[in-house]
Design a protein around this ligand. Structure first.
Ligand SMILES: [Zn+2]
Length: 82
């Protein structure tokens, strides 16, 4: 990944990379939450099953309430699918 091909373009390989990329895009979910004082926005992401958040709490502890809210929203979405 991230290596510039030194050989003539291999279109099959490019297609493979492209579909990998699209698959990854498809498995990304984003949720936006406002801070308690409504002065900040946080983005919670679920990428390939890994949660992350842009807030300080997540940066320090690796977990936060936004992720908890994201998980809750995800579980509602899953219920709607059924
Ligand atoms: Zn957070």
């Amino acid at each position: 990944m991230g290596v510039i091909p030194s050989e003539p373009y291999n279109f099959n390989r490019l297609k493979e990379l492209e579909s990998e990329f699209l698959e990854q895009k498809a498995s990304i979910k984003r949720y936006r939450f406002w801070g308690e004082k409504k002065d900040k926005k946080y983005t919670v992401r679920l990428i390939n099953g890994e949660w992350s958040c842009t807030c300080n709490g997540y940066a320090y502890r690796g977990e936060c309430k936004h992720i908890e809210m994201g998980k809750e929203m995800l579980s509602y979405e899953e219920m709607e699918d059924e």
